[in-house]
Design a protein around this ligand. Structure first.
Ligand code: ADP
Length: 732
């Protein structure tokens, strides 16, 4: 039957744009998740001070379906497919009401199907699915060529081309007779190979090598970090492979086939305002209470009518409600193009929105103020690994202050950017901006100084930290499904390629009631450690910024320490030093409870979330020990592991992640994000979804149908998103 099917294209991971609402509804979980004016009230999404929580927490544009937004990723594909029987029933004309009644039942069925499919090994032979080969059997060609990112200063990233089959590429190190870490393959004396022991010794003693040639604006902080670690920097790159590659923009800054790179493929795309909003919305639909830390958002222009209808509905119910909304262009950063509106009709629809999609978001009108000023928090988060998921949070971050005393928005002050927007890049132009050499005063301070101040006023800062940690973990969980598909596409399992890690910048606002709200995630948080100072009118000079240096150098240096590829070898080679170091301190449970938490300088904190012992809880080692511990002179690591440390509390949220794993499994070993017709059949078969009402012939037709729709939608989407890819480093 498969042979008879003419397939117009593969099913891709990329979920449909929100625009095709009718189609989304048909492809999505059937159910009542009403859209437009009849939006379901979701009382568990809290009111962020704007009043929307009182009524219309509709399921948002794409309906309350996993297939909804772009961020639906694998979930979109997997769930749509898993619900094929329901889908066909829907197409046969089931009424909305009947389908609504089946919503819950279908959702349960999907979860069961997923669980079943996760158990089942893919019967690859039967369906023609290429069998997973052992690593030795894998083609040895390196990863496919990647498009290079735009040069620095260019606000755009070259749009990611659709994934294609890998092209044959010249062999990397191996072809040049190099071993993976760049050491020429030793022929040994008389042509004999050196022993493994000698190689181990070499690796345990040589410095870690870092290619900083693409580091761009993080170069200064990176250089200091490398110097502190006594590692070896290659500022102009290196002919031989390095251990670590530091990229300033994206994974694709350079072609790499080994080592570690500080960017994940697809991260830049995933944290764009629209994509992030969609990814979080998927989770809000599944877990409304858990994800109520993100303001209600609508995607423009696609969801403009829905936005208008939902606002009208709440206003009708409560005429005293006077909301404010913030419009943020999708590709923007540093406050670029942002404005506030009191009414949907004030949105500048003409022209710009068509060419520049945006997110309109509930404006948090009751932020916590310090010195009467609004401020936000930039926290640095290390995604150390995607699979298994490992997340670290920096103990300290930055707080960026507005420069005009805050007032709740009213028609007269809506355009006062120094009052409403906390961006450093904007406020630096205010006459009120205060540069300070102290980390606890001025317009940019350390977050720990803020916590100290709050603590002195009796605020429960343990709770604040605990909420922030939850927010970070949940946000990363929302991003991981699609990131995994990007990863699989760029670095297919079994092919040579680097491993990835990434420092993310989380922008968080504290509400007056101390609840943290996620504003956005930056894939390229600024790591600049200097700022511009106007010496005389029009004459600027870059001067070191102490607060930036204190926070950012520690983040980069300690990220490198955590990623150190030779640490294991050194530990094996010098066990005494490391054992000695481990034993120098009492076990975590015997120490100050604050060791479990990001430390607020002298604050003594108790742990907010139940956790296992954190291996990163290393204390400062004293340099006077006289040993050769290379980290003896360094302070304790400023990055605290939060996942898997708190995995138990959050694992139940990883439902979409499991769907992504399933989707990836059916993608097979190709570097692709697309599920072909055979993979689709295998998927249906293995999930035990085919039955008398869904024959394989119907499956093939369904495949063609979905593919056609999908292709036309992604074309639309590419047209509208086109060049507006956020790429450049934000100034912070
Ligand atoms: P950009 O990437 O352009 O900096 P952000 O999403 O970070 O865009 O928004 C810029 C600033 O606007 C934030 O730093 C914050 O001060 C303010 N802001 C953004 N979203 C909201 C919101 N929903 N409620 C209140 N203030 C917000």
């Amino acid at each position: 039957m498969a042979a008879a099917v003419s397939v117009t294209g593969p099913i891709t991971w990329a979920p449909p744009p929100m625009r095709s609402r009718e189609l989304e509804r048909r492809l999505s979980l059937p159910g009542p998740r009403p859209e437009a004016a009849t939006a379901l009230v979701n009382p568990s999404l809290s009111d962020h001070g704007n009043g929307l929580g009182r009524g219309a927490r509709g399921s948002g544009g794409s309906g309350g379906s996993l297939v909804a937004g772009r961020g639906g990723g694998a979930a979109a594909a997997a769930v749509a497919l898993a619900l094929a029987p329901a889908l066909s029933a829907m197409q046969r004309g089931s009424s909305e009401r009947e389908l609504a009644a089946r919503w819950e039942a279908e959702a349960v069925a999907v979860t069961k199907a997923l669980a079943a499919a996760e158990q089942v090994r893919v019967d690859s032979g039967a369906a023609g699915e290429p069998e997973r080969k052992t690593p030795e059997e894998q083609p040895k060609d390196p990863a496919p060529a990647q498009p290079r990112a735009a040069e620095e200063g260019d606000a755009r990233v070259v749009p990611r081309p659709p994934p294609t089959l890998p092209l044959a590429k010249p062999q990397a190190a191996r072809a040049r007779g190099l071993c993976p870490h760049g050491k020429p393959r030793s022929k040994g004396r008389g042509g004999r190979r050196s022993s493994g022991r000698a190689a181990d010794e070499y690796h345990s003693q040589r410095p870690v090598t870092v290619d900083s040639s693409k580091a761009r604006t993080s170069l200064d902080a990176l250089k200091i970090s490398i110097r502190q670690l006594k590692w070896k920097e290659f500022p102009f790159g290196r002919r031989l492979p390095c251990d670590i590659y530091w990229h300033g923009v994206s994974f694709h800054d350079n072609d790499i086939f080994s080592g570690q790179v500080n960017k994940f493929p697809g991260m830049t795309e995933m944290v764009r305002k629209i994509t992030l909003s969609r990814a979080v919305r998927i989770m809000q639909n599944l877990f409304p209470e858990e994800y109520n830390f993100y303001p209600r958002s609508w995607i423009l222009p696609d969801e403009f009518q829905l936005f208008v209808a939902q606002v009208r509905m709440v206003k009708d119910g409560d005429p005293s409600w006077k909301p404010t909304f913030i419009v943020k262009p999708d590709g923007g950063c540093q406050g670029d193009g942002i404005y506030l509106v009191k009414d949907p009709s004030d949105i500048r629809l003409a022209g710009t929105l068509q060419s520049r999609p945006a997110v309109v978001q509930e404006y948090i009108c009751k932020p916590l103020l310090i010195d009467k000023l609004k401020f936000d928090i930039r926290l640095y988060v290390l995604l150390k690994s995607l699979d298994p998921l490992e997340i670290y949070i920096a103990k300290d971050g930055l707080s960026r202050f507005c420069t005009e005393p805050y007032q709740e928005p009213n028609p007269k002050n809506l355009h006062h950017i120094f009052m409403h927007l906390t961006n450093y890049s904007l406020n630096i132009h205010s006459g009120n901006f205060v540069h300070s050499d102290s980390t606890s005063t001025g317009s940019k301070r350390t977050f720990s100084s803020i916590l100290c101040r709050l603590s002195s006023k009796g605020v429960d800062i343990k709770k604040v930290w605990s909420d922030i940690i939850s927010l970070v973990i949940k946000t990363v969980i929302a991003l991981t499904p699609e990131l995994k598909v990007f990863y699989q596409s760029d670095i297919p399992a079994g092919r040579p390629g680097p491993t990835c890690f990434q420092i993310l910048g989380f922008d968080i606002l504290l509400m007056k009631n101390l609840k943290p709200i996620l504003l956005e995630v930056n894939a390229n948080p600024s790591m600049r450690i200097e700022h511009e100072q106007e010496l005389s009118p029009g004459v600027f000079e870059n001067v070191p910024s102490l607060v930036d240096e204190e926070v950012k150098v520690a983040v980069i240096r300690d990220t490198l320490r955590l990623m150190d590829p030779l640490k294991k070898k050194r530990e094996n080679h010098f066990p005494d030093i490391y054992t000695d170091r481990k034993h120098r301190f009492p076990p975590v449970s015997d120490r100050m409870p604050s060791s479990q938490l990001p430390v607020v300088r002298s604050q003594q904190l108790t742990k907010p979330l139940a956790a296992k012992e954190d291996p990163s809880d290393s204390e400062p080692a004293s340099a006077s020990d006289g040993n050769t511990d290379p980290e003896a002179h360094l302070p304790s690591i400023c990055l605290k592991q939060v996942f898997p440390k708190y995995a138990k509390q959050f694992n139940y949220l990883r439902l979409v992640d499991r769907m992504a794993n399933l989707f990836i499994r059916f993608l097979g070993i190709k570097g692709t994000m697309k599920l072909g017709p055979t993979g689709f059949r295998t998927f249906i078969r293995n999930c035990k979804l085919s039955s008398s009402s869904l024959s394989m012939a119907a499956v093939d037709i369904l495949y063609i149908d979905i593919t056609r729709r999908w292709n036309s939608m992604t074309l639309d989407q590419r047209d509208s998103e086109g060049v507006f890819l956020k790429s450049h480093t934000n100034r912070t």
